[in-house]
Design a protein around this ligand. Structure first.
Ligand code: GLU
Length: 295
């Protein structure tokens, strides 16, 4: 009998071109490259640019430049999410066919007012792990005729996942394999903590969660290596994988690089920005040392 062909595991670094890369991104990119090197795997770069209001070609060009300067190389072609909206639309269509998607008309300020009113009456309004208010579930039950008329009228809306119905469709509880601490652990996903997540936005095609699970599966990613800030997002991504029948990758959420004041870095963080550090005379080896990734 012949040996089964062993495929090289795929890793991806998936930045959004909505700002300049900082030390946190450098750590993520280097960790992915190291895992690919250690396992004889492949390194992919994915540009997550589905948000047209925030992503720019200049930031994308800067990503390539900064990563090249760091000494990283990846396989071509680079996947650019804005070029694959139809693929995400097809995944959304599957969820719609399952009756799990509804149009959500409340704006952010209306959700806030709704929550404030409930809290005045002594109820605690749920927030997702990122601190955003849950969408009011009473809004799920809009009359379909009324919803269709409002959409036909051009009213702004997002498409959301009905979390209760979605959970009823899968073999809960769901788990993911996490090796962030070294040892592989089975982590129990808690998608309900996110409430009715957005699947499609009025001002941008698709959503981060939907496009990321579709792409991770399509690109055959073996292990998602990314910052600890996305640890909780895995719960909802695991649910979408189960609903869409996609094989889940393993996950390795790495520590975050803190700013000078100990807070999480943001894209506007000048001092920790790779370009800033480069212009200040730091070398790629300095960056590796600064983030503690010396491979
Ligand atoms: N595009 C996301 C970001 O820049 C990362 C997505 C991921 O690694 O899953 O924060």
């Amino acid at each position: 009998m012949s040996e089964p062909v062993r495929q090289s595991p795929c890793f991806r670094f998936a930045p959004s071109p909505n700002g300049y890369l900082h030390l946190g991104h450098a750590l993520s990119a280097l960790e992915n490259a190291k895992r690919a090197q250690d396992t004889g795997g492949r390194l992919l770069l994915r540009i997550e640019d589905i948000d047209p209001a925030r992503c720019t070609p200049e930031f994308e060009a800067a990503i390539f430049e900064d990563l090249h300067w760091l000494g990283l190389r990846w396989e071509e072609p680079v996947r650019r999410q804005s070029e694959h909206v139809d693929t995400y639309r097809a995944a959304l269509g599957r969820l719609e066919k399952m009756g799990l998607v509804y149009p959500a008309f409340l704006s952010r300020s209306q959700i806030k007012a709704h929550a404030a009113q409930a809290e005045q009456q002594g109820r605690t309004w749920p927030r997702d792990p990122d601190g955003a208010l849950h969408y009011p579930t009473v809004e799920r039950v809009l009359d379909p005729g009324e919803a269709a008329a409002r959409i036909a009228n051009g009213e702004r809306h997002a498409l959301r996942l009905d979390m209760d119905k979605a959970l009823a469709c899968v073999d809960a509880p769901l788990f993911w394999q996490e090796s962030g601490t070294g040892e592989v652990q089975e982590i129990r996903a808690d998608p309900a903590a996110w409430g009715d997540i957005i699947l499609w936005r009025w001002d941008a095609p698709s959503s981060y969660h939907l496009s990321v699970v579709v792409d991770d599966a399509l690109q055959g990613i073996a292990e998602v290596v990314r910052g600890r800030d996305l640890y909780h997002a895995t719960s909802v991504q695991r649910l979408l994988q189960a609903l869409l029948g996609l094989d889940p990758p393993r996950y390795r959420h790495h520590r975050l690089v803190a700013g000078g004041d100990g807070r999480k870095l943001s894209k506007s963080e000048g001092a920790a920005g790779l370009r800033h550090l480069r212009q200040a005379g730091h070398s790629p080896a300095d960056i590796r040392r600064l983030v503690g990734c010396v491979a």
